[in-house]
Design a protein around this ligand. Sequence first.
Ligand code: URA
Length: 164
Amino acid sequence: MALADVNKQINNCRKCRLRQGAKQAVPGEGPANAKVMLVGQNPGAEEDKTGKPFIGRAGKFLNKVLAKNGIRREEVFVTNIVKHLSPENRKPLPDEIAACAPYLEEQIKTVKPKIVVLMGKVAWQAPRVEGVTYVETYHPSAAMRFTKMRKRFEEDFNDLQKRL
Ligand code: URA
């Protein structure tokens, strides 16, 4: 399936309750042939307003860590396991994750990245596609706040750069 078709499906999705409280879906963005895909939890308020993933505080931190490791944000595909904002930014519920995960699976199958980085516990539940390497790290919001997690997060991105 072409990425544009996956996006269309995501934008039209009404499979769970999250659509009602969101302004729009945030399908994700990046090159259709990206070697790396970064997966977060779900869009926050800033992302809901603009339709773009990781542009708020966590996104700015993520950009810094990428740059520090010689990875350009424009060369990676950035998305989330759940494509809509949640009420009060709560964690997505299991049925919401189950409804949305097939879109991520389709994105992985379409982009065929070498490495998928799952950021945070919710993202760790992402569907696994054969032939793709998965890295589990912390969510940038947690890495931003806690020193230990930040160290691990930065190490994981340093390793990533070496693997490319
Ligand atoms: N947090 C996420 O998990 N994803 C975003 O897109 C923004 C913040």
